[in-house]
Each structure stands twice: as structure tokens, then as C-alpha cells.
Design a protein around this ligand. Structure first.
Ligand SMILES: Cc1cc2nc3c(=O)[nH]c(=O)nc-3n(C[C@H](O)[C@H](O)[C@H](O)COP(=O)(O)OP(=O)(O)OC[C@H]3O[C@@H](n4cnc5c(N)ncnc54)[C@H](O)[C@@H]3O)c2cc1C
Length: 377
């Protein structure tokens, strides 16, 4: 067994850490307060090769793999989780194109997505179907060479800013995936959710009314659209949520250690209080455990395992890491005393961001259902 990063992965860690500390840390507070999508930051990340980190070089990617993607997500989320959330949601469409897109579709959309000249979102969830996507009611009726789409998607991350949306709809009793471009008649961005965390990443409703989609925008094989989307949700969405949670937990753990070393009570730093050492030790153990679950799942993907083969590994990483982020952030708030809930210390913000991860990419219960099914098999 080799647990070490490659030279390239070590360099990537340093590069993303520097970027996060220089470009994200000074702006995190104002980005959150404004709640505006950080185009400039995303473009910088694209220039560093981070947005196309999984994509083939011929389409503008850097082809560094899943472990590298986890490094990037963990490092940016340690400082500012919403940017990690962009990685999670924005790469779903990229991944679907890569795995299931035609050459023509890749030429048209993949390169601008890797360069962040365009942004994509991926829409599966509906009011009638989140955990149970088979309950979706959006229809795509084939008429001649076009599909006519009607329906409404909810909770779509980046929906309000995406130039391209990859969505799933029902054609008779089959599921198909399609791309639709912003501005297509009958495709409208709806309400922006007033979510408590991830404030600068918009989450919207998307509405389709007699929207005509050319047959050439079908992604993957006919009838296999839901499988394609679920593959991306598992390989990108769930692992991504796990990585954001890992970073959000680690950022606040480090802030708590620093604070406990600097804050003096009874004539010495509070890190000397054994009650706080126990809290820090628990945080330390859980973050390390979450880290190995996250990186192991990504390493398996890099070894060519399918998301179906490693559904337990992916679910374990997501379920544990997301709960560790919440426990760690609450402990950090306690250690910081009255400062814990002030905006300047960023811990309460990371807690709010972590809460969003409980449902995004599939709920904690669905992760446990997946693990449970595999145990029963
Ligand atoms: C911040 C955020 C971003 C999101 N981004 C996207 C996006 O980009 N694209 C997209 O398509 N969706 C997105 N979603 C939607 C997300 O995928 C759904 O919220 C999630 O799948 C749960 O669906 P639901 O909200 O309809 O809850 P429901 O499915 O209605 O679940 C309600 C409750 O029932 C539980 N439950 C359901 N089934 C079972 C079961 N079999 N066993 C035990 N308990 C169960 C759930 O765990 C939950 O506790 C996002 C959500 C959030 C919060």
C-alpha cells in the first residue's frame, strides 16, 4: 500500500493552498455577504487548470484525475466551501459530457466549460422526485427531429448562472438526458432559493414550457439518461460533497487549534485545558478518518472502478465526512467561546455551508440505504 501523494499531487496541493489563501481568504466574508456568483475567481481557477481537472487535454482539460480533484476541492473548501460547491455542481455536466457526450457535443461544450467561459448545471430533482428520481414528471416528447419538454426542476445549483443545463426528462416510460442552452425559447430560470449556506452559489428552479430541444442534444444512449446522471451524481456530486465537508471541517479545526494556542485564561493558553484538548483530539481523529474515506474513494475511481462497483466507498465518504464537518464546526464554535459565532472567525459560516451538504448529492439517509443494500447483497 502506498498512501503518499505523487510529486504532481504535492505541487497541486501547494498551488491550490496558495491560491485559496491569497485569493479566497481575503474575499470570503464579502463574497458571502454579497451573495453574487464569483466569476472572477472561477476564471482564475480555470487558468490554473482546476476547472477541467478531470477532462482530456484535447478538450482543454488538465487530466489530473479524481485524487487531484479531491485535493483541489479540499483546499479551496478549507478556506471557502462555496467555491468547492462550484467544483461539485459545475463538474457534473462536464463529467456527463466526457463520459457520454458525442464528439460533436464535446467539441461544442467541453472546451468552453473547462476554460470557465461557460458554466453548466445539472438538473434531476423535482418537487415529486429528489431521493426518488423515478417520480419526476418532466416530459420530453419526440416530435419529428425535436423533443418538446415540459416540466419544472427544483434546487438546481448554478441554475441561475449556467449557460448550459444538463437535465433528465421522461420520454414515455424511459428517461433521457439532454443539454439545453440558456436563451432557448421555453427554458426559463425560476425562483432563487434563499439557502442558509453556500451563499454565492445560486440554487434555482428551472422551468420548461413547450421547450424544443434538437435530437442532437440528447446525451448518451436513448433511455439511459437517468443512469448517466446518477453516474455523474455518484462520481462527482457525492465525492464532491464529501470533499467540501472535509475542507470545511479541517478549516475550522485549524482555526480552533490556532485560537486555543493564542487565547489566554488563568495566565496561560486555553490549549492547556484538558477538556479542550479532548475536543481537539476528537476533531483531529474524525477529520483524519474522513480524509482517508474521501481519498480512498477517489483513488478507486482513478484505478478505473465504476461508481456502481464502489457505491459503498463513495457513500461512506459522503455520509461520514458531512457529519464530521457539522460536529467539527460546532466544537470549533464552542472552543472559540463568544468569538465562535462572529463572522470574522468564519467558523459559523463553514457550519452553515456544511448544512447544505446534507441533502446535496443525495441525502445522508440515501447514503445509508446504499450501504445497507450492499451489506444485504
Ligand atoms: C444546496 C443544494 C443543492 C442541490 N443541487 C442540486 C442540483 O444541482 N441538481 C439536482 O438535481 N438536485 C440538487 N439538489 C437536490 C437534492 O439532490 C435533493 O434535495 C435530495 O436528493 C433530496 O431530495 P428532496 O429534497 O426532494 O428530499 P426527499 O427525497 O423528499 O426526502 C425527504 C426525507 O426522506 C428521506 N428519505 C427519502 N427516501 C428514503 C429512503 N429510501 N430511506 C430513508 N429515508 C429516505 C430523505 O433522506 C429525507 O430525510 C440540491 C439540494 C440542495 C440542498
Amino acid at each position: 500500500m502506498d498512501f503518499s501523494f505523487t510529486r504532481q499531487q504535492e505541487m497541486l496541493t501547494n498551488m491550490v493552498r496558495n491560491f485559496a489563501e491569497q485569493d479566497l481568504a481575503p474575499n470570503a466574508l464579502s463574497l458571502d455577504e454579497k451573495g453574487e456568483f464569483p466569476y472572477d475567481i472561477i476564471k482564475k481557477m480555470a487558468k490554473l487548470g482546476l476547472v477541467g481537472i478531470l477532462s482530456p487535454k484535447e478538450y482543454g482539460g488538465t487530466e489530473m484525475g479524481h485524487v487531484a480533484r479531491m485535493i483541489a476541492i479540499e483546499e479551496v473548501s478549507r478556506i471557502y466551501p462555496p467555491v468547492g460547491f462550484f467544483f461539485q455542481a459545475g463538474q457534473l455536466g462536464i463529467y456527463m459530457l466526457q463520459l457520454f457526450g458525442t464528439d460533436e457535443q464535446k467539441k461544442k461544450w467541453l472546451m468552453p466549460l473547462c476554460k470557465a467561459e461557460k458554466v453548466s448545471c445539472t438538473a434531476v430533482t423535482e418537487q415529486t422526485g429528489g431521493s426518488d428520481p423515478s417520480g419526476m414528471q418532466t416530459t420530453a416528447k419526440l416530435v419529428g427531429d425535436e423533443y418538446i419538454v415540459n416540466g419544472r426542476k427544483v434546487f438546481i445549483t448554478l441554475g441561475g448562472v449556467a449557460d448550459i443545463c444538463c437535465f433528465v426528462a421522461k420520454t414515455d416510460d424511459k428517461f433521457n438526458a439532454f443539454f439545453v442552452e440558456k436563451g432557448t425559447p421555453g427554458y426559463v430560470i425560476g425562483r432563487k432559493e434563499n439557502h442558509t449556506g453556500m451563499r454565492c452559489i445560486p440554487v434555482n428552479e428551472l422551468i420548461f414550457t413547450d421547450c424544443k430541444i434538437p435530437k442532437s442534444n440528447l446525451v448518451g444512449q436513448e433511455g439511459r439518461g437517468l443512469i448517466a446522471a446518477l453516474t455523474a451524481i455518484a462520481g462527482i456530486g457525492r465525492t464532491g460533497a464529501a470533499g467540501i465537508a472535509l475542507g470545511a471541517g479541517r478549516g475550522s479545526y485549524e482555526a480552533a487549534v490556532k485560537f486555543a494556542k493564542e487565547r489566554e485564561l488563568y495566565g496561560k493558553p486555553i490549549i492547556n485545558l484538558q477538556g479542550l484538548q479532548f475536543m481537539l483530539a476528537d476533531m483531529n481523529v474524525e477529520i483524519e478518518a474522513a480524509k482517508w474515506l474521501c481519498y480512498y474513494a477517489e483513488w478507486l475511481l482513478d484505478q478505473g472502478k465504476s461508481t456502481r462497483e464502489i457505491s459503498s466507498e463513495i457513500s461512506r465518504a459522503k455520509v461520514f465526512s458531512c457529519e464530521v464537518a457539522i460536529r467539527t464546526n460546532i466544537k470549533a464554535i464552542q472552543i472559540l467561546g463568544g468569538y465562535g459565532t462572529t463572522a470574522e472567525y468564519h467558523v459559523v459560516r463553514r457550519l452553515k455551508d456544511s448544512i447544505e451538504l446534507l441533502s446535496a448529492g443525495g441525502t445522508q439517509e440515501i447514503m445509508r440505504v446504499t450501504i445497507g443494500r450492499n451489506i444485504m447483497a
